[in-house]
Design a protein around this ligand. Structure first.
Ligand code: ING
Length: 306
């Protein structure tokens, strides 16, 4: 049967003072660890090269630009791309993308899939941007993704990877809370969806909400997505306290049955791995969630209307 050894490479905190080079060094160590376990695919977090900067209110555009990459691979990430290619390992990487399109500059919360030969396979730009775009002086930290990023303009897509052995989709963080994200990719044939996230341990919008619910909602979203689409889901955290601001861990690999087969136990740099049976989801997609047989889109129109 078709199998793929996958690793989720969780990053612990990245502080404002941490250089991209120091982060890439940490990622390279985790790539080597994943390689030593025989992994062929490694999933890094969302915005993996810098601290989660949308927590800060910045008015000077030049200060904001510091967090964005205008090329990928960039000089700092080239060593990661080269080592991955050398070892024949594909990977997912999240970063803040600056791009010049139609004569103007655009900013996206982006992730890419890179093949074991080091070639860029596919790019995704985050569609569901949580938080707000105005300054909220009274809360302990901001969540300004709507200010610093544009809504992704590439849609949800899937790509064949590893000699066409598997069809992989990708998304980012808040996307995982929206069932439409996974359903669209499953309708496009996804057998595995990978994603990175930066999720605060507390909820500035509902300070009364007990923190344990954050991880519960995180797992609930991923397990439901995996089961309801018969797909593997790999979700990788940037975790721990970044300059004191707490992001929760809970990096996981979820089987198409909805079962958690591997889970991180720290909020630091940590590699979790699993030898995924890529055929496991077939029975679910051919029976319970046989879209062709059972779905009734004529009754779902409201979901895609404004
Ligand atoms: N972070 C959080 C996430 O969706 C959030 C924001 C947390 C929104 C909890 C709603 C509830 O995991 C990012 N970066 O999307």
């Amino acid at each position: 049967s078709r199998r793929l050894k996958v690793s989720s490479a969780q990053l612990g905190p990245i502080h404002l003072a941490d250089s991209r080079a120091s982060v890439v060094k940490r990622m390279i160590e985790m790539l080597k660890e994943a390689d030593s376990r025989g992994s062929k695919f490694i999933v890094f977090p969302e915005l993996a090269l810098t601290t989660f900067f949308p927590r800060y209110w910045m008015e000077d555009p030049n200060e904001v630009e510091k967090y964005f990459e205008s090329q990928m691979p960039s000089p700092e990430t080239l060593p990661l791309f080269e080592l991955a290619r050398e070892k024949g390992i594909g990977f997912y990487l999240g970063y803040a993308e600056r791009t010049e399109e139609e004569g103007s500059t655009h900013h996206f919360n982006t992730s890419i899939l890179v093949g074991p030969d080091g070639r860029l396979i596919g790019k995704y730009r985050k569609v569901h941007l949580p938080g707000h775009d105005e300054h909220r002086p009274t809360v302990p930290y901001q969540h300004l993704e709507k200010k610093y990023f544009e809504v992704g303009n590439l849609g949800f897509n899937v790509w064949k990877m590893f000699k066409d052995e598997v069809i992989v989709g990708q998304c980012i963080c808040n996307d995982r809370r929206w069932p439409e994200t996974f359903r669209v990719m499953a309708l496009k044939g996804a057998e595995m969806v990978v994603l990175g996230y930066n999720t605060p341990s507390d909820n500035v919008y509902a300070p009364h909400e007990p923190p344990y619910l954050r991880v519960f909602h995180h797992m609930l979203s991923l397990q439901a997505a995996a089961y309801q689409n018969g797909i593997w889901v790999v979700a990788t955290a940037k975790a721990g306290k970044e300059d004191g601001f707490w992001l929760h861990g809970g990096s996981v690999i979820v089987a198409p049955t909805g079962e958690i087969v591997a889970k991180g136990t720290t909020e630091e740099d940590e590699v979790i791995s699993y030898d995924c049976d890529l055929g496991l989801g077939e029975y679910i997609r051919n029976t319970t969630f046989n879209f062709a047989k059972h779905r009734r889109p004529e009754h779902y129109k409201l979901i895609s209307e404004r």
